[in-house]
Design a binder for this molecule. Structure first.
Ligand code: IMP
Ligand code: ZN
Length: 379
């Protein structure tokens, strides 16, 4: 791997290349400015004391416990349908702005009786948020199973369509590790029902020291039986039994994988399970002593399927471009390596082959443009 000497150039390259985001939690990606605005508003209404939460929101370098405390705060700030729609819109626009061309956004459907919110109405608010995206052309799936886009049908003569950045958005429904078997099953059933709205899979997440694998297994098995892909937060903490059980389940992808032993990796290698790598998240939550000992390097050198992701852009003050840059700078990857790394992720998306074909074409078009402008870039 050749070290890139011009770091500023590499930073710009990581921003400019098309990228695929497969591990981003909706509420973990709220803009700081939006969080502060929501907190101020609730402070004025007397629901919270703004001064108590301001420093928590502004704090950098949170511990794992503080991160989950902050999620509880997020859930107080973002409990009504309107706010959920607004956050969804902003998150999609933020990813599109940094050349993310395919986004698999995950979120935990929530019940909130006081706000008249059910898991279904929560998801409707998310879909409404997707519909309200107007600064970019967000493509998801509508009721008829056809791709719905803000500017659909795409008209060659529509200059607004042609000028807007295009982003494919698909959704994963998360099961929170605090949930019961019945609640997990409810989420899987909702995901199956909402396939027509671009729901393409299930995620298991939440505080890794909470809950038991056996609680979620029936719902995850059901998802699998129904042909709904599953990704698991796996090995975020050291828990040998759970890691083995998760790998035996043969998930379609795993996230983090920080505490896998050699025999676990052997199993993951044999089944070629793609790994969602979240460098900044792992560092901030103190999974590793240093980025230089991150398992990214071993996986990359072994050609194991992997994809760079953000986890929570808001919580960890990062972006996908930043994660790419961090990988390039730390592990000495060059421009071509980074573009290839991004393109490799097409094979791991949960969307159908038509979408994969469309994203492949976006990457090809980018390469064609480069070859035209800089004929020597490939050599
Ligand atoms: P939401 O599902 O849209 O509400 O996004 C926030 C939720 O994602 C949190 O409450 C957690 O359950 C989950 N989450 C976000 N980051 C992490 C992580 O690093 N590990 C495990 N779960 C996470
Ligand atoms: Zn995560």
């Amino acid at each position: 791997m050749e070290k890139c000497t011009n770091l500023a150039e590499m930073k710009e390259w990581c921003r400019a290349i098309p990228k695929i985001e497969l591990h981003a939690h909706l509420n973990g990606c709220i803009r700081d400015s939006t969080l502060l605005e929501l907190a101020k508003l609730l402070g004025e209404k007397g629901v919270i004391i703004f001064a108590d939460v301001e420093h928590v929101i502004r704090k950098c370098g949170r511990s794992l416990t503080e991160c989950f405390q902050l999620f509880d705060l997020f859930h107080i700030l973002a409990t009504d349908h309107e706010t959920i729609s607004r956050i969804t819109k902003e998150v999609v626009e933020d990813f599109a702005a940094e050349e993310v061309v395919y986004l698999e956004l995950r979120t935990t459907p929530k019940n909130n009786e006081a706000k008249g919110m059910t898991k279904r109405s929560y998801m409707k608010a998310v879909i409404n948020g997707l519909r309200s995206v107007d600064t970019v052309d967000a493509s998801f799936i509508n009721l008829n199973g056809k791709t719905e886009s803000f500017c659909e049908p795409m008209q060659k003569s529509c200059t607004t369509c042609m000028e807007k950045k295009k982003i494919y958005v698909r959704l994963l429904l998360s099961i929170d590790r605090r949930e019961t078997t019945a609640a997990a099953m409810e989420t899987v059933c909702l995901a199956l029902e909402m396939r027509e709205f671009g729901v393409v899979g299930i995620d298991l997440s939440g505080n890794p020291v909470v809950g038991e694998w056996d609680t979620f297994l029936p719902a995850l098995k059901y998802a699998k039986e129904q042909g709904l892909p599953v990704t698991l937060h796996c090995g975020e903490v050291s828990n040998k039994m759970e890691i083995q059980a998760m790998l035996n389940f043969s998930p379609d992808r795993i996230g983090h994988a920080c505490f896998l032993d050699e025999d676990d990796w052997e199993k993951a290698r044999l089944s070629q399970i793609p790994v969602e790598i979240c460098l900044t998240s792992n560092l901030r939550t103190q999974r590793l002593s240093s980025i230089h000992v991150h398992h990214f390097a071993n996986l990359y050198n072994a050609n194991h399927p992997l994809v760079l992701c953000t986890d929570d852009t808001g919580l960890f003050s990062t972006s996908l471009s930043n994660e790419y840059y961090l990988a390039a700078e730390t592990f000495g990857l060059d421009k071509k390596d980074m573009l290839q790394l991004g393109a490799n992720a097409i094979e791991f998306v949960f969307a159908d082959s038509e979408v994969k074909k469309a994203i492949r074409e976006i990457f090809r078009a980018f390469e064609r443009r480069l070859t035209d402008e800089f004929p020597s870039w490939k050599s």
